[in-house]
Design a protein around this ligand. Structure first.
Ligand code: SDX
Length: 378
């Protein structure tokens, strides 16, 4: 067997062959199925992008209408799932609630008919349709309210904001939220996608695939960073405090949340688009002082860390957009998950098309031949 050098974090090791998305980290380029992210953000919708990612081509008018219609008719969650969520502690993190609820779907639809395209399509539709409803339901129930039913007159993004805030959103806010979902839908072999593919490779059900990916996304080094960015901006508190805050963190070798990336060595193209979206929201709904702090932070991080290729990543400006949309900070990562379900499902499907179970090796650095010591002699 070929012996490879151990690479912490599997840096530079291909874990799959994939035709879903492409990143050029030197040029700051991201494509979904060959289409530039900037173009999708301008012209597409989240559901059309999800279709593109999962089925590989942009849908025709009829295909898109059928897909949107199927999603629309599967948005409601079963009352048993709702009741289960009601018993979750209000103080629990919404990512944990989402992970448990996504896994619970498998209790209802566990039949693993992975060779059947109808089963695949149903699972795709069900997961895309119900995950936003679960996130919104947990948000209302932890405040002691009943969840709001999906509104059939509203599209995917607008309906989520409606279920969250119990009122129809402003059209600009809904469009911007939809673009955020497009931007977060997929990103090559990131940690949660790798997790999804590993789980998929065992031929388990897609609900377990998504639940494992949700668990992986939640950490502060990955999707959880969007929440941490806002907590950091709050802690900094003022533009004047940016430099001392940053110098203190760098001296302690602490990471600056929302900066740096394994692949991008320039500013993440999604961060640039999200920054523009935030500015559009500020122009219509009023400025946010944390944006000034964020701009100063980006400026000083560039001054100090650009030689290491450390620039804003997707999580740096997304929180400022969500804040302006009135979304609570601890829902930022579940919203990332709502979008990333599209990418995880695309990878699930791709993994199944040419599956081999993931079973890497390890470099053993433990001991050998140790005698078992009786408990009273340890
Ligand atoms: C996402 O991969 C994806 O696709 C993920 C994602 C997606 O769409 O799925 O893009 C979404 O997860 C974005 C990342 C969100 N995380 C954060 O913002 C947390 C802060 N960033 C980092 O911890 C870090 O940059 C990572 C986790 C994103 C990447 O980690 P790596 O590739 O393992 O890099 P590293 O930690 O080994 O850092 C390399 C060097 C180190 O310096 P040296 O020891 O070589 O001198 O860069 C420095 C690090 O100290 N560094 C940072 C830094 N990030 C890297 N220094 C200060 N602040 C940072 N944020």
């Amino acid at each position: 067997m070929m012996v490879c050098e151990y690479k912490p974090g599997l840096e530079g090791i291909p874990a799959a062959q994939s035709g879903i998305s492409y990143v050029d980290g030197q040029k700051g380029l991201l494509e979904y199925r060959g289409i530039r992210i900037e173009e999708l953000a301008e012209k597409s919708t989240f559901l059309e992008t999800a279709y593109l990612l999962i089925w590989g081509e942009l849908p025709t008018t009829e295909e898109l209408a059928a897909f949107e219609d199927e999603i629309l008719h599967h948005r409601r969650i079963k009352y048993r799932i709702r009741d289960m969520m009601k018993s979750f502690p209000e103080s629990g993190h919404p990512m944990d609630a989402l992970q448990a609820s996504a896994a619970a779907l498998g209790l209802f639809y566990s039949r693993r008919d992975l060779d059947n395209p109808v089963y695949i399509r149903d699972a795709v539709v069900r997961l895309l349709a119900t995950i936003p409803t679960m996130v919104a339901a947990f948000q209302l129930m932890r405040k002691g309210n009943d969840p709001v039913r999906p509104n059939d007159d509203l599209d995917y993004a607008a309906n989520f904001l409606y279920m969250l805030n119990e009122k129809e959103p402003d059209p600009l806010a809904a469009r911007i939220f939809d673009v955020c979902l497009i931007l977060h839908a997929e990103h090559t072999m990131n940690a949660s996608t790798f997790s999804a593919r590993v789980t998929a490779s065992t031929l388990t059900d897609p609900y377990a695939v998504v639940a494992s990916a949700v668990g992986t996304l939640g950490g502060p080094l990955h999707g959880g960073a969007n929440e941490e960015v806002i907590l950091m901006l709050e802690e900094i508190g003022s533009v004047e405090n940016v430099r001392p805050y940053l110098e203190d963190r760098l001296q302690r070798k602490a990471k600056i949340m929302g900066f740096g990336h394994r692949v991008y060595k320039v500013k993440d193209p999604r961060a640039t688009i999200l920054q523009n979206l935030a500015e559009k929201l500020f122009a219509k709904f009023g400025h946010d002082k944390y944006y000034d702090i964020a701009l100063e932070l980006e400026r000083i991080v560039e001054e100090k860390l650009s030689q290491k290729g450390i620039y804003p990543n997707v999580d740096f400006y997304s929180g400022l957009v969500y804040r302006k949309l009135g979304i609570p900070t601890d829902l930022f990562t579940p919203i990332f998950a709502i979008a990333r379900v599209a990418g995880w499902l695309a990878h699930w499907k791709e993994q199944l098309e040419e599956n081999r179970i993931f079973r890497p090796t390890q470099v053993y650095n433990g001991r050998h031949g140790i005698a078992y010591a009786p408990i009273d002699q340890r």
